[in-house]
Each structure stands twice: as C-alpha cells, then as structure tokens.
Design a protein around this ligand. Structure first.
Ligand code: HEC
Ligand code: HEC
Length: 333
C-alpha cells in the first residue's frame, strides 16, 4: 500500500515542481520588465540593438523629440511678436519673453521672477519647450489645456503682464499693425480666441530635437560615452524613470513633493518636471531653491527614492542628464 501510494505521489510532485518553476520564471521575467532590473553593459546593449535594429531603444519609457517644420510661418511670427511685445503689459516693460527666455529653453535664471506689478511669481519659471503633446499644465497640473492657462479666472496668466485677458485683447485690437497681421494670418478680426491660437502655435512649435540622448534612442550606439551610458542605466535601475519618463522625460504625472520648505506647495501634489535641457534651466525645483544639478539629484535620492547613494552614481547621472540638452542650447565649450 505504502509503495503504491508513493508511486502516484512522484509524478504529482514532478507536475507541481514544473508548475512552480514556470510560475517563478514568468514572475521573474515580468518583474525584470517592469522593475527595470537592467543589467546591460555597453556590449549587451550593442547586441540587443543589432537584434532589433529597426526598433528605437527603450521605446517603453522614452521617445525622441521630432524636429518640427513650422508649416505656417506668418502664424508663427504673429505668435512670436505677441510673445515678445512689452508694450502689451501694464507698465510697458514686461513681455512673456522677460521670464521665458528662449536661449534658456523658455525658463529664466532667477529663483522667482518679477511680474509686471513688481511682485514675485510664486514658483520658478518652467521651460516652454516640447509642450505640444502635454495635457497637464502649470505646477499643480490641474490645468488641462493650453487655453485654460490664460482663461482660468483664478490664475489668468496675463496677470504676469499686469493685465487681464480682456485688457490685452483690447490693446491688440486697437493696434493697426496687429489688425493687419490678424487679417493676413486668419482673414479675421482680432479676438481672444485667435490671440490664444497664435500664442499656442508659436509655443507648440518650440521643440528641442537632436540631443545626444535622441541620437541614442534613434539607434546610434556610440552617442553616449561610457560614463553617460552608465548614468542612464542607473537612472533606470534606481527608479528615476518611474516619475521622469515619456517624450519630455517628465511633465506627465503628478507626485507629492514631500518637501517641507517648498512654499505653499508643501505636501501637495505637483507635476513632475520635464528633464530635457535641464542644463539650461537652473535654478531647480518649484521654489527655485537649488542651483546645483548634483545637489538636486541628491535631494531626489532622499525625498523621492528614500535610498542612500554614492557620489560616483550622482556624477554619472549628472553626465547622463547633460545628454538631454538639445544642440540648440548646448553651451559652447
Ligand atoms: C513674470 C514672469 C512670467 C511672465 C511675464 C510670463 N510667464 Fe509664463 N510662466 C511663469 C511661471 C512662474 C510659470 C509657472 C506658473 C505655475 O506653474 O503656476 C509659467 C508658466 C507658463 C506656461 C505653462 C508651462 C507648463 O509647463 O505648464 C506657459 C505655456 C506660459 N507660462 C506661457 C506664457 C506666455 C504666453 C506669457 C506671455 C503672455 C507668459 N507665460 C508670461 C512666468 C511668467
Ligand atoms: C517619485 C517620483 C520621482 C522620482 C522617483 C524622481 N523624481 Fe526627480 N522630481 C520629482 C518631482 C516631484 C520633482 C519636483 C520637486 C520639487 O519641485 O520640489 C523632481 C525634480 C527633479 C529635478 C529638478 C527639475 C527642475 O526643473 O527643477 C531633477 C534634475 C530630477 N528630479 C532628477 C531626478 C533623478 C536623477 C532621479 C533619480 C535619482 C529622480 N529625479 C527621481 C519626482 C521624482
């Protein structure tokens, strides 16, 4: 009896062992895919790449910035004119470009910026590049369309110029040069809708293609040197990528900043900032409190990852982050 019983147990055991190992290996594969346990060395990377040479690398996390060709030059020029026009502000001294400096990827290099009224903005001025596919604007991320940045009663962004959207529209429609330009571009009179459309067209055509990282993503392996590539691997394996991903490498999810010093945003959800052109957009964080890139990375380890770090990793990540700078903003060495 005993013998017969163990005879049937053995095949049962084998089946159980097979099932358990199948489940364990499937789980491991899924975990490696999702948790990003990425242990590729440069050579592995070359192999992976040559197998899938048509696919862009890491398309799950990132995509390249396309170099847009501006289709409607005169519409772009109209948006640019409004963006640069100081005479539209109350004092005649402030324009959009006073804070959103194009050579600094649309940001500025001060902690907080001075509004036309003379008071300071509540947050650091963010980049305006590569916004065209965004569906989350401003720091709290609650503004879901470009237009609502300017039409929201509480936070009408034209207040930066010391005026309301109606005052601005009146100024523009009383200016014969603008009247002519609107007729040329839209075949129509000046209106709030068309003012916003011109600004949107201009800003949504501000793109920053051709960073070293884009070159890597599109398949050119030596684009990153070893240090930069290792920084990229750490960026993924230590979890930076869970918040900073997508085309802009950020800018598409909300996160608790858990930051006791950050002005009124203390403990609130904020939009994770986009990291493209980070080299050109200091100072950092929403309160503009940190100037130094390695220091921000250390802060991320403490506040966002809650883990310790070694300085070597910080420097490698810094080297990687600098590969996100478009050739448009590359500081000449
Ligand atoms: C005094 C400085 C200042 C001026 C002038 C200014 N801005 Fe801003 N801009 C900011 C700040 C600060 C923010 C972030 C505000 C926030 O998140 O609450 C911002 C945010 C934005 C955003 C949203 C960016 C994002 O990632 O969500 C756009 C678009 C924008 N500004 C366009 C403009 C335009 C167009 C003008 C001119 C009509 C203008 N700005 C004038 C400082 C300024
Ligand atoms: C859990 C989400 C999360 C993770 C993980 C994370 N970050 Fe951040 N990151 C944020 C948020 C939120 C901010 C804005 C914080 C603030 O303004 O106080 C930020 C800000 C930054 C900034 C400053 C951007 C700017 O324009 O001000 C850099 C640089 C940065 N992170 C890099 C990293 C790196 C490198 C890692 C990995 C070591 C990382 N982050 C991990 C959410 C995250």
């Amino acid at each position: 009896m005993k013998f017969a019983a163990s005879k049937t147990k053995i095949p049962n055991m084998i089946i159980v062992v097979i099932i358990v190992s199948l489940v364990v290996s499937a789980t491991l594969i899924i975990m490696m895919k999702h948790n990003n346990i990425d242990v590729q060395t440069n050579t592995d990377f070359v192999n992976v790449f040559s197998q899938n040479s048509k696919q862009s690398y890491d398309a799950d996390y990132f995509s390249t910035i396309q170099d847009l060709i501006v289709e409607d030059d005169i519409k772009f020029a109209l948006g640019e004119t409004i963006f640069q026009d100081k005479s539209l502000s109350k004092s005649g001294k402030t324009a959009c470009i006073s804070c959103h400096k194009i050579n600094l990827a649309g940001s500025d290099n001060t902690t907080l910026s001075i509004k036309d009224s003379g008071s300071l903005t509540t947050v650091n001025t963010p980049t305006l590049f590569n916004l065209s596919k965004s569906n989350m604007f401003l720091t709290d991320g609650n503004t879901l369309t470009f237009e609502s940045i300017f039409t929201n009663q509480q936070s009408d962004h034209f207040s930066m110029l010391g005026c309301t959207i109606h005052e601005l529209a009146n100024k523009i429609s009383n200016d014969s040069r603008y009247q002519l330009q609107f007729q040329k571009v839209f075949g129509d009179d000046v209106s709030i809708r068309l003012i916003l459309e011109s600004l949107k067209y201009y800003i949504f055509n501000l793109t920053s293609p051709n960073s070293k990282f884009d070159v890597l993503l599109s398949g050119h392996i030596p684009a990153l040197n070893e240090n930069e590539f290792e920084g990229y691997m750490i960026f993924k394996s230590h979890g930076c990528v869970t918040c900073h991903h997508g085309e802009r490498i950020g800018g598409n999810i909300l996160q608790n900043i858990n930051n006791k010093s950050a002005l009124e945003f203390d403990r609130y959800l904020v939009k994770v900032p986009a990291l493209r052109n980070i080299e050109a957009t200091s100072p950092y964080l929403y309160d503009g409190s940190v100037n130094d890139l390695p220091q921000v990375i250390r802060i991320m380890y403490g506040r966002q990852l809650n883990r310790s770090y070694i300085n070597e990793d910080i420097l490698k990540i810094e080297a990687f982050l600098k590969t996100l700078t478009s050739e448009k903003f590359k500081v000449k060495q």
